[in-house]
Design a protein around this ligand. Structure first.
Ligand SMILES: Nc1ncnc2c1ncn2[C@@H]1O[C@H](COP(=O)(O)OP(=O)(O)O)[C@@H](O)[C@H]1O
Ligand SMILES: O=P(O)(O)OC[C@H]1O[C@](O)(COP(=O)(O)O)[C@@H](O)[C@@H]1O
Length: 313
């Protein structure tokens, strides 16, 4: 079984470390680094660290593709990105003691022909039983319905699908007749989808349970330092692990998606899946960039995760 990730809107993440971010002030950076990123790239990178057989698909600007090619070569990731004239966006991540401030750009424009190329190539590449992670925002020009259409086509081919997106593409995918197997919205993405200004745990759980009743097999709602809710037909639980010394929260959600994919590949039951996904996410927090610590450390973190059962209405 192989795991495919799709990233229509990858990014080079430029992380700038500051003493303190004060809007309107001049700052002197303590350190700066760039890494190849974007949601599906980060998912693939963590999965490759875990030893999975991973294939990456999507659109990549040919003018600054070198860090991506280097990452894929270093981690043995099969590169099926279609190169497009132009540059992949550079997203800014401002890190200070209070946390991370993300400034994400729109990305390189795409069109129907390019999108059809990615989808066509993915459809040819997948086999029954493969897992496909559809990750991230869509660049300008990319139809908002593309994930919804891909879910239907991939399910027909016998793939299991994890979707991690937001806004209109999430809405289209959740309004469709054929739904993804797994979704991982964060709290604000799910609130935006429901139209609520803010959601407490009871409201998140109710929305997750509702989606499960409609046919999504597993809804994972990530809540940053509060952990995540895992909702499925097997039940619902909250998983949490705190960590001292967070280097960067960028990519924590993607590491969690990677952990979900690893757990689904091993057909783990709900509690073990929640432990592993949280172990991946918290394991990533110790460093900048989409990398896991050594595998025994991830397994040890997974064992430390606290789990509490939640009652669904
Ligand atoms: N500061 C933190 N401390 C502990 N765990 C965290 C922290 N930030 C993120 N995580 C873990 O990473 C997961 C994903 O992070 P989150 O920020 O919710 O996702 P996203 O990056 O998609 O918004 C969380 O559910 C949690 O398990
Ligand atoms: O696809 P989007 O929503 O524009 O987000 C892209 C950004 O999200 C990241 O993939 C990180 O995502 P998470 O922090 O949610 O895991 C960055 O690498 C990238 O800059």
């Amino acid at each position: 079984m192989r795991i495919h990730t799709v990233t229509f809107n990858p990014a080079i993440d430029e992380t700038i470390m500051l003493d303190r971010l004060i809007p309107g002030e001049v700052h002197r950076a303590r350190a700066v680094r760039q890494n190849a990123g974007g949601k599906g790239v980060n998912v693939a990178s963590c999965l490759a660290d875990w030893g999975a057989d991973v294939v990456v698909h999507g659109l990549l600007g040919s003018e600054n593709a070198a860090p991506f090619a280097a990452l894929f070569a270093a981690k043995g990731i099969t590169d099926r990105f279609i190169r497009v004239a132009g540059s992949t966006r550079v997203n800014l991540k401002l890190v200070d003691d209070a946390g991370t401030t993300d400034i994400n750009l729109d990305g390189m424009a795409a069109d129907d022909t390019l999108v059809a190329k990615v989808v066509g190539q993915l459809n040819l590449s997948v086999r029954t039983g493969d897992l496909v992670a559809l990750s991230g925002s869509l660049p300008p020009g990319c139809p908002h319905e593309v994930y919804a259409a891909m879910v239907a086509q991939l399910r027909e081919r016998g793939c299991r699908i994890l979707l991690d997106t937001s806004g209109a593409p999430l809405k289209h995918a959740l309004d469709a007749a054929v739904l993804p197997h797994v979704i991982k919205p964060n709290r604000s993405e799910l609130a935006a989808w429901t139209g609520q200004a803010a959601m407490d745990r009871a409201a998140l759980l109710a929305a997750g349970a509702d989606l499960c009743r409609r046919g999504v097999e597993l809804v994972v709602i990530s809540m940053g330092e509060e952990g995540a809710l895992f909702v499925s037909a097997q039940g619902a639980l909250c998983a949490h692990l705190s960590l001292d010394g967070v280097a960067s929260t960028v990519g924590a959600g993607d590491a969690m998606v990677a952990g979900l994919a690893a757990a689904l590949a091993d057909r783990l039951p709900l509690e073990a899946l929640a432990r592993l996904a949280t172990g991946f996410a918290v394991g990533k927090l110790g460093m900048t960039g989409p990398n896991l610590p050594e595998l025994n450390a991830v397994r040890a973190l997974a064992q430390e995760v606290s789990i509490c059962a939640m009652t669904m209405a």
